[in-house]
Design a protein around this ligand. Structure first.
Ligand code: HEM
Length: 460
């Protein structure tokens, strides 16, 4: 840590070349980030047959725009691996569905994300993070705390109150977070049986049982919430009330079974808490490594907040706070791989892409692409501020995906992260636990490893 500008936050060292196919498949099961050679951080479009499956990576703004936006019709379907990994938990929920079903569900859920609700959501965010800060002041000062689960409890509470009007409380929040963590741990990063098209019953029986068991733990809690909604005990005008309103619909297109309602509620809980929690944890880790960033952040918090809690009205002024979070999502995109299947054959960059090929957009690679970013592996929040001279291309930065499947909760997540980060950093200074070497875990999402233990001190 001699020169602040020279520190490179944790990442795998790129390989000199691709590993052979068998080693590659083995590595894929464990970690999707460490398999890439230096060339993958420089190329525009690459891939080809891997064993019996064609796989391509769109790795430039133009090819990403082509796949996710301009020719999205050909790539609207998530890859079979992604669908298979998430199916036990989400069924046909919005995150994995496609075609008419996806369009109908997206139309149904969209109103909950209308800006007219943001004042209400902002108040919930401010209140919930204030509770977390109070608890830390009572229980954790000068102690080592696992930051990742703390952030996940915080964001699970916020999403449940905002979308369902259901206060989880710490115990249920912990159960949900643990349930999702267990589920992710039981899902293989890269399912070999799906890759080779093996029948479902062949090699993965115990693993599949574990996956179903872990999904069941989350379903039980969500079913309780839905029962409260059905009993009229939760506020109307929430995402849950919108879902419940169509359960008895006359039309077979809009009618939803109780299982489908549960699936959608699980999508919102899952997509709505883990990604933001991971990025908040990464942002806190990064701030702890860069004192000059922390100093600049505190200056902004002093000018904008001067000691009072952050609120909805402060969002537009907390520009540097938000830039830190955006830069954390660039370096550690919470959804590091977006995978689709090609419905029809086509040509991209003079390469033939056969029907049924897997098409990947890998924010992890794109966000660190050497031709698209100035000092791609460095933490420089100023990239996201006005006046930065090396502006990035719109489709070089896709933490929320792009095109029709753009994250439904992107604006919600950005507001939530800004309010939470401002409130936490204003109250506490956090430093890495001396016995801990930071690392990452990459499964369906990308998070800091081992819960990110940090020591919390109260700011004077
Ligand atoms: C930092 C925070 C977040 C990040 C980085 C993030 C990222 C993403 C990404 C990359 C996708 C698309 C995945 C794909 O195309 O394969 C997505 C979809 C989605 N996200 Fe988020 N998300 C965040 C927060 C949220 C929040 C707070 C909510 C809900 C309140 C949410 C709800 C959704 C939903 C429902 C989808 C599926 C949309 C569709 O397929 O139509 N996300 N998110």
């Amino acid at each position: 840590m001699i020169d602040n500008n020279q520190i490179i936050p944790v990442r795998p060292t790129p390989l000199n070349d691709y590993p052979g196919p068998l080693k590659l498949l083995w590595m894929l099961r464990k970690d999707l980030l460490s398999i890439w050679p230096t060339s993958a951080y420089q190329e525009e479009f690459f891939g080809g047959p891997v064993m019996n499956q064609h796989m391509y990576v769109a790795n430039s703004p133009a090819t990403v725009e082509h796949v996710l936006v301009k020719n999205n019709d050909n790539y609207e379907r998530k890859s079979p691996y992604m669908r298979k990994a998430l199916e036990p938990l989400l069924g046909d929920g919005l995150f994995v569905s496609d075609g008419a079903l996806w369009r109908e569900r997206r139309r149904l859920e969209q109103p909950a994300f209308h800006p007219s609700h943001f004042q209400t959501y902002g108040n919930i965010m401010a209140d919930v993070v204030a509770d977390t800060c109070d608890r830390w002041k009572k229980e954790h000062i000068d102690k080592e705390v696992m930051i990742l689960p703390e952030m996940a409890w915080l964001t699970a509470e916020i999403i449940s109150q905002s979308m369902f009007d259901y206060p989880l409380g710490l115990n249920k929040a912990k159960q949900i977070v643990e349930g999702f963590a267990d589920f992710q741990a039981s899902v293989e990063q890269f399912d070999l049986s799906a890759f080779f098209g093996w029948p479902k019953w062949l090699p993965n029986m115990p693993q599949r049982r574990r996956v179903s068991h872990n999904a069941g733990k989350i379903h039980v809690i969500v079913e309780d919430i839905i029962a409260m909604g059905n009993a009229g005990k939760l506020r109307n005008n929430t995402l849950l009330s919108q879902l419940l309103a169509v359960q008895d619909s006359e039309s077979s297109i809009t009618r939803m079974s109780s299982e489908q309602i549960r699936n959608e509620a699980v999508v919102i809980l899952m997509a709505g808490h883990e990604t933001t929690a991971n990025s908040l944890a990464w942002a806190i880790y990064l701030i702890s490594q860069y004192p000059h960033v922390e100093e600049k952040l505190l200056e902004e918090l002093k000018i904008v907040l001067n000691g009072r809690p952050a609120r909805y009205e402060d969002i537009s002024s907390l520009k540097y706070t938000r830039a830190i979070f955006e830069e954390a999502m660039r370096l550690y995109p919470p959804v590091p791989v977006l995978s689709r299947v090609a419905l029809e054959e086509e040509t991209i960059c003079d390469r033939n892409v056969p029907k049924d090929s897997i098409m990947l957009v890998i924010p992890w690679l794109l966000h660190r692409h050497e031709l698209l970013w100035h000092k791609p592996n460095h933490f420089i929040p100023e990239r996201f501020m006005d006046g930065w001279p090396h502006k990035h291309d719109k489709y070089a930065y896709v933490p929320f995906s792009a095109g029709p499947r753009f994250c439904l909760g992107a604006a919600f997540g950005l507001m939530e992260a800004t309010i939470c980060l401002a409130s936490i950093m204003q109250n506490f200074s956090l430093s890495m636990s001396p016995r801990f070497t930071p690392g990452y875990e990459c499964r369906l999402t990308l998070r800091p490893s081992n819960g990110l233990p940090m020591v919390i001190k109260k700011r004077e």
